[in-house]
Design a protein around this ligand. Structure first.
Ligand code: KIV
Length: 269
């Protein structure tokens, strides 16, 4: 019998920087998924604001509200995972001021977050610092920032030019100095991600940023193939659950219509 896993904490993730073990992170927004991820031994469960586009059907993550994040964080926390529960601060919950960022992060902690994540580099380092000073571990998020889709006019890869790579390096320095325990690098050119990972004193967790990051994160519904019509470049499909679920629903509907369900076994005598 294997020994029970030790609770994963933000300092433990921070300490993984020096080790050879890569960090495996995936998203969850509900109790069942959190349970399954934890039983599978994932290190970090991210209640990402991507739940807005995957689960709730919003056009982009800018429509996600604190109430959404609180609701889904509580569901994930009820799974009591050994994995570290990191929760995204949604758009509008930290942009105004460091005080607003601390208020929002505190609300998420009270819902079950063990750390929060916020998008942005040097421009948001003061929010990050304030959250950490308040006693809440904070993860940074650099590169493609989905919450800035309106300003950027789309979802674009980052760090492709020397100037952009230098900007990302300055952002990395700023969030590290502000106290981030780890940083997500989203859709950063792999050579730049490799350089940033070498330069960083904290773990980098990549999505679409190549194999040299200290860890990887994916949106779980992408890995499961739940939305068969979506094929993000960064995701590898480990299952085709969308197709499997649709087939199961169709079989059920056909059985009901044909009078084949319920049978004797499924009927109370
Ligand atoms: O919201 C999310 O799922 C994320 C990951 C893409 C890193 O932030």
């Amino acid at each position: 019998m294997s020994a029970p896993r030790k609770k994963v904490t933000a300092p433990a993730i921070r300490a993984a920087k020096g080790s050879r073990r890569r960090i495996a992170a995936l998203t969850a927004a509900d109790f069942i998924t959190a349970r399954l991820l934890d039983e599978a031994g994932v290190d970090v469960i991210l209640v990402g604001d991507s739940l807005g586009t995957t689960l709730l059907g919003y056009e982009s993550t800018v429509f996600v509200r604190m109430a959404d994040m609180v609701h889904h964080t509580a569901a994930v926390a009820r799974a009591k995972p050994v994995a570290l529960v990191v929760v995204d601060l949604p758009f509008g919950a930290y942009q105004e001021s460091p005080a607003q960022a601390v208020r929002s992060a505190t609300r998420l902690v009270r819902a079950g977050a063990e750390a929060v994540k916020l998008e942005g580099g040097a421009a948001y380092a003061d929010r990050l610092r304030a959250i950490v000073d308040a006693g809440i571990p904070a993860m940074a998020h650099l590169g493609l920032l989905p919450q800035s889709v309106l300003r950027e006019g789309g979802y674009k890869a980052q760090g492709k030019t020397p100037t952009d790579a230098a900007r990302l390096e300055a952002d990395l320095r700023a969030v590290e100095e502000a106290g981030a325990f780890a940083v997500v690098l989203e859709y950063v050119a792999s050579t730049t991600a490799q350089r940033l990972t070498k330069a960083a004193g904290i773990p980098t967790i990549g999505i679409g940023s190549g194999p040299d990051c200290d860890g990887q994160v994916l949106v779980t519904s992408d890995l499961l193939g739940l939305q068969a019509w979506l094929a993000p470049r960064a995701a590898r499909r480990y299952a085709e659950l969308g197709r499997t679920m649709k087939d199961a629903f169709a079989c059920y509907a056909a059985d009901v219509r044909a009078g084949k369900f319920p049978g004797l076994k499924e009927t109370i005598a």
